[in-house]
Design a protein around this ligand. Structure first.
Ligand SMILES: [Fe+2]
Length: 325
């Protein structure tokens, strides 16, 4: 059973700074931002208000922003350097930072209906991602988000202690099926494997701005726990992955044309609901470079061993996951 988690429900529902109006839409994450036009450059005060809202709410949404691809890239660049995804479809030499997801009856979505933070197979995963809806299905095609800070807070203190200082192994595994079996394709895959070797990231990361602790493992890229055997890794990861499935920590985002969603990739995970095929969905995305993932000091192996064989602090005889409300 989870200990009581205060979803910071006492925070104000609506705030305004430099004309930027932030209205909360969720308890643990999510806010809508009005009062700005993303076709125009942001003032420094507006940018600072949005940047602060991103950290506080983790998912910020802008409605009715009929912007160009150039506007989207300009907006993203206010937060930092844009990165080029090694495997996603982009605009080639003209704008390699711009990803275009075109899904229709011939191109079903690939690999996004799994909970994940973006690109954690990198040594420095992105700090944030911005997605802009151009065309959306009449029904379906929502995106689920989850606060991994709330997910961490919801773990028992025993589990929090146990995982502190552990490191997850993150791998580019979901992209391997994109490569064929020909010799040239195998060589190409090898090239990417050398460029993106598996990375170790702290299981509990400290958010560089809010300083909140965040559970930083995801079922798309995390393949093991450093120093544990496969069975131990799998059992622990199953438990930790389950935290993203708790509705209290989630937010379901509904898209309309010209909706923009930006998420703090350091403190959230997301899942693109794969229920709209063969309807069309067309989105554009830019991704902002992140920094090193820092966590708690590494655990003393002796204390991990001790914790590993300790009797369970609480046995939930119902087998369910029951966060307090
Ligand atoms: Fe993603």
């Amino acid at each position: 059973m989870n200990k009581h988690v205060d979803g910071m429900a006492s925070r104000p529902l609506r705030t305004e700074r430099a004309g930027v109006v932030v209205t909360r839409t969720g308890v643990n994450l999510g806010a809508e931002i009005t009062g700005i036009d993303l076709r125009k450059p942001l003032s420094d005060e507006q940018f600072e208000a949005i940047d602060a809202a991103l950290v506080e709410h983790a998912l910020i949404v802008f409605r009715d922003q009929d912007i160009s691809s150039a506007n989207l890239m300009d907006f993203g660049r206010r937060f930092g350097e844009l990165t080029v995804h090694p495997f996603a479809p982009n605009e080639g030499k003209n704008a390699p930072e711009l990803i275009k997801f075109r899904n229709d009856e011939n191109t079903p979505p690939f690999g996004t209906d799994v909970w994940h933070s973006d690109e954690t197979f990198r040594a420095e995963p992105p700090m944030a991602t911005i997605l802009c809806a151009k065309e959306v299905p009449a029904v379906g095609g929502d995106t689920m988000f989850v606060s991994m800070a709330a997910a961490y807070d919801g773990l028992s203190e025993k589990m929090q202690q146990y995982i502190s200082g552990l490191e997850g192994i993150h791998d580019m595994k979901p992209f391997r099926p994109l490569f064929g079996k020909s010799q040239e394709e195998r060589k190409n895959l090898q090239h990417f494997e050398l460029q993106y070797p598996p990375q170790l990231h702290p299981v509990v990361r400290i958010h560089p701005v809010s300083r909140r602790k965040v559970l930083f493992v995801n079922p798309q890229f995390t393949v093991g726990i450093d120093g544990m055997d496969e069975r131990e890794s799998r059992q622990l990861l199953d438990t930790l992955f389950h935290q993203a499935l708790v509705p209290e920590y989630q937010h379901r985002h509904h898209w309309q044309p010209h909706t923009i969603a930006m998420w703090d990739n350091r403190s959230t995970q997301h899942y693109a609901v794969h229920d709209y095929y063969p309807q069309r969905r067309y989105m554009e995305r830019v991704t902002i470079k992140g920094g090193p993932v820092t966590g708690l000091p590494k655990a003393n192996p002796a204390s991990v061993r001790k914790a590993k064989f300790a009797a369970p602090a609480h046995v939930d005889t119902h087998g369910g996951h029951k966060p307090h409300r």
